[in-house]
Ligand binder design. Sequence first.
Ligand SMILES: [Zn+2]
Length: 162
Amino acid sequence: MNAPVTPRIGMGYDIHRIAAGRPLVLGGVRFESDWGLDGHSDADVLLHAIGDALLGAAGLGDLGDHFPPGDPQWKDASSLDLLARICALLDQKGVRVLNVDAMVVAEAPRLAPRRAEMLANIAAALSVEVSQVSVKATTNEQLGALGRREGIAAMAVALVGG
Ligand SMILES: [Zn+2]
C-alpha cells in the first residue's frame, strides 16, 4: 500500500513590461506579435508564475534563488527549460506535482486559440498529464497599467504531494 500523500500548496505571481521588438512567449508558445515582454530570459510570465508556485509548494524558495536574473547563464533562457529544471528539483525531494492552475491577466493577445499548445508544453515540462494543468485568461477591464497594455501579469497555484 502506498504511503499517504501529504498535499502542499504554493502560489506564484509574476509581471513583465511590454516592450517593442521583444518575443511574446506565453506557456512556451510563441505568439505572432510586433511587441513582447521585457526580461532577462524569454520573459514567459505564465511559466514564471507556475515555477514560483511549484517552488513555494515544495518549500524550495523562489525562481530568483535558482535562476538569478543577472546570471548570464539564463539570458534568453527558455522558461520551459527552467520549468523542467524545477520539476527535477521537486523530483529530487520526492515531491510530485498533483495539479497546477494559472491565470494570465492581459488585454491581448487572445490565449484561447493557443491554449491546447500551452497546456501540452507545460504538462510535458512537468512530466504530468494535460488534465493536471489548467491555464485561464482574463483582461484587466482596461483598468490600471495592465489595462493600458503596459504589461502582462500571471498568477498560479500548484498542489504537490510527497
Ligand atoms: Zn518573470
